[in-house]
Ligand binder design. Sequence first.
Ligand code: NAD
Length: 502
Amino acid sequence: MAQSVSSIQARIRRGDGSPLVTAGDLAPSEHFVDGGFRPGKSGRTMDVVNPCDGTLFAQVPEGTAEDVDLAVAAAVAAKATWGRTVPKERSEVLHRIADRVEEHAEALARLESANTGKPLMVSRDDVAQSVDTFRFMAGACRALTTAASGDYAPDHLSVIRREPLGVVGIVTPWNYPLLMAVWKIAPILAAGNTCVLKPSEQTPLTTLKFAELVADLLPAGVFNVVTGDGPTVGGRLAEHPDIDMIALTGSVGSGRAVARAASDTLKRVHLELGGKAPVIVFEDADLAAAAESLRVAGYWNSGQECGAGCRVLVHESVAEEFVGHLVGQVETFVVGEPTAGDEVEIGPLVSRAHFERVTGYLERARAAGVRAAVGGTRIEGPGFFVAPTVLVDVPEGAECAREEIFGPVVTVETFGDEAAAVSRANSTPYGLSASVWTENSRRGLDLPDRLDFGTVWVNAHLVLANEMPWAGFKGSGYGRDLSVYALDDYSRTKHVMHHHAR
Ligand code: NAD
């Protein structure tokens, strides 16, 4: 039986009207180019909306190709000097950036929550992870080495040099605006590149604030921000002849568009795209622990999470018991505005368009006979709130279990044997992440080999470590974020050979 809408509404926590930020907390509403804020060439602006009530929150420039070209010229002019700095020098700058972000952590978290509607607990975690990403890259770039030099052809000494790529274009999504920007900026700068970043049109504010905070720490032109829409600003970055690599985190459609636009110049492409992570729960799993873990892994950031454990495949013999545990977890969520206190766990979705997308999936699932064990509806009233939902009686191949919903919605399918579980888990165009829940240690060791995903957790889900890579397979893209592998992706190796016969 679906939980009644009125009981969910009764639990929506609203703030007392005091804002998270004031106009004085925002960075200038301009592009950040060549070390300073500059107005856009068109004079046009884009609206940034508060997801808690749909009201206008801020405006930023609607960037043009000309704005991108100016930013790229600044990044090109800065690349030789920044690219020649030694790792120690870049590392010190990155540590200073980490310190600066940490000093302003609460202000950044509040701004992120104000722009995205995220609970403060999520924004604070985003900022803490951003700080740690800078610190990790500051250390890692000093430890990165190449193969030892040696003679591989007689009387010829081979040396491998690691070099920056040059200028990297970055396009980021709205779900973790600051953190996804930092996942790119930190390794890209650590590897000696300069960059031009386009934030999501819906959530540009913490990226601009970050630029303001670190402006005095970086040489002019090393880091630039141009706001605007995807096809115009992101498209120009992807096709620009002076950009050496384009790195995008976003949906599969945007990834395809970027890869196409990049193909004429044959620049490198780095894509972190969508996901639909299966959570395979075997009959011998600790069901309560799996459900408790999914409270976070399925619903963190209101389910707007590319690695979310949103597609449960549970053995038919324990399905009812598992659903009972999961519904018990989901019923106790605190849903509300970020201004309503630190206990809020689920906020509104980011925009009206996304809200309509998610509720569209729920309506079509209901029409197809899928049952909501809890939630399953929008929440009436101001803002883009959707009730935390568990969908059961989900037939194999159902749309809600196949496509990325990207909201607080977990689907539950059942399976009869291990082979079916593996083949159904793999039968998705995505390949970002998956998890396996079992107390059988042989199965726990063997099964990850058979799953076609860039990250596979055993008896866990959505636990990340900045030392480890985050990267998808198949339709989830290619290119590694985090870890030393990201430094590899954002640099190139050159073979220099010296003939030394005498
Ligand atoms: P989106 O694809 O709509 O937008 C992402 C960015 O791409 C935005 O800045 C947008 O303006 C830009 N863009 C759109 N069209 C473009 C084009 N033609 N050329 C260049 N740029 C273009 O994605 P979103 O809705 O902001 O974010 C949600 C998506 O991101 C989900 O699919 C999610 O799974 C994915 N995501 C993936 C990861 C990961 O690490 N794999 C992390 C976070 C989010």
